[in-house]
Design a protein around this ligand. Structure first.
Ligand code: BV8
Length: 256
């Protein structure tokens, strides 16, 4: 298989010519991103050892309804810290490349597991947030979004008296039905499906690449490490999204 050799940051990134040609012809493209695409913006991935205050807590414990019920103050503060950290970051070249790819595809869908909103800040418009968004807060009883609350309280309460919580999907919670349905439809109709920066271990998001492949799409994985999906992928571009995506989209025929 012919390969373009692209050297960046001292490392050679192999971009298969066949993939460049396939992407140049593709009209229907779908992408699933995970925490890895925000790593180069300085946001630790979900499975990075949690640093600082959170080093002694298991995120699989904190990001759950039981974790919140047991210690609403701790969980609220964990999200408040993450929200502040995310607000101080910027999209990276990987986010920007996906926004550029959307602009050149007739039918492009970006499905993200991330709650950081960086795809939207990079200019992506057709974004499906499977797990919510940390910038949004909702009433834990009424499920409705709340815009103003006491910034000193941890957690603040809704006017109904219930605690407010981050508008994200916790482990053990259903994903927003409409978001999941649109993501599944995009996976089933696309010609090319990219799985980028995800360890492909959290369901039902992790089903999407396989659903796309089963429906006939070409499956491309971009990750510095192999994952349970790698052996099922038609193309595995091993490297950081912020380097691989610009290298891929900078190829002749794609950088129009
Ligand atoms: C649900 C928001 C129905 C909160 C998150 C089978 C079917 C259905 C459900 C299950 C199932 N088996 C188990 C379950 C339950 C569970 C689950 O999947 N558990 C896992 C742990 C096995 N799923 C659920 O609970 C889901 N709900 O299915 O409802 C139901 C209900 C009850 C019982 C059964 C079913 C809800 C899941 C959503 C949870 N919320 N986030 C918050 O963030 O605080 S999940 C959170 O973790 C993220 O959103 C993300 O989805 C996940 C982390 O995954 P990744 O994004 O992949 O990140 P990770 O750190 O793992 O990997 C980073 C990757 O990036 C690595 O591969 C690394 O190599 C790579 N990387 C690093 N640097 C770079 C890079 N890549 C590119 N460039 C770089 N520079």
């Amino acid at each position: 298989m012919g390969r373009h050799r692209h050297v960046t940051g001292g490392r050679a990134i192999e971009i298969p010519r066949q993939l460049v040609e396939r992407l140049a012809r593709a009209r229907r493209v779908a992408v699933l991103t995970g925490a890895g695409i925000s790593a180069e913006s300085g946001i630790p991935t979900f499975r990075d050892a949690l640093d600082g205050l959170w080093a002694n807590y298991d995120p699989l414990e904190l990001a759950t309804p039981l974790g919140f019920a047991r210690n609403p103050g701790l969980v609220w503060r964990w999200y408040a810290e993450r929200r502040a950290r995310i607000a101080a970051t910027r999209p990276n070249p990987g986010h920007a490349a996906l926004a550029a790819l959307e602009a050149r595809c007739a039918d492009f869908t970006l499905v993200t597991q991330n709650i950081d909103g960086l795809h939207q800040r990079a200019g992506s418009r057709r974004v499906i947030e499977l797990h919510g968004n940390i910038a949004r807060v909702k009433c834990s009883a009424e499920e409705k979004r709340v815009e103003t609350f006491d910034p000193q309280a941890a957690p603040p309460r809704c006017v109904c008296g219930a605690y407010l919580r981050p508008d994200v999907v916790w482990f053990g919670e259903m994903l927003p039905a409409d978001a999941l349905a649109r993501a599944e439809a995009a996976a089933e109709r696309c010609e090319l499906f990219f799985s980028i920066g995800t360890s492909a271990q959290v369901y039902p998001a992790a089903d999407l690449p396989l659903r796309a492949r089963a429906a006939g799409a070409v499956l491309v994985e971009i990750n510095p490490q192999r994952t349970p999906l790698t052996e099922r992928a038609d193309f595995f571009l091993q490297g950081a999204a912020g380097e691989v995506l610009p290298a891929l989209l900078g190829k002749p025929g794609l950088n129009s």
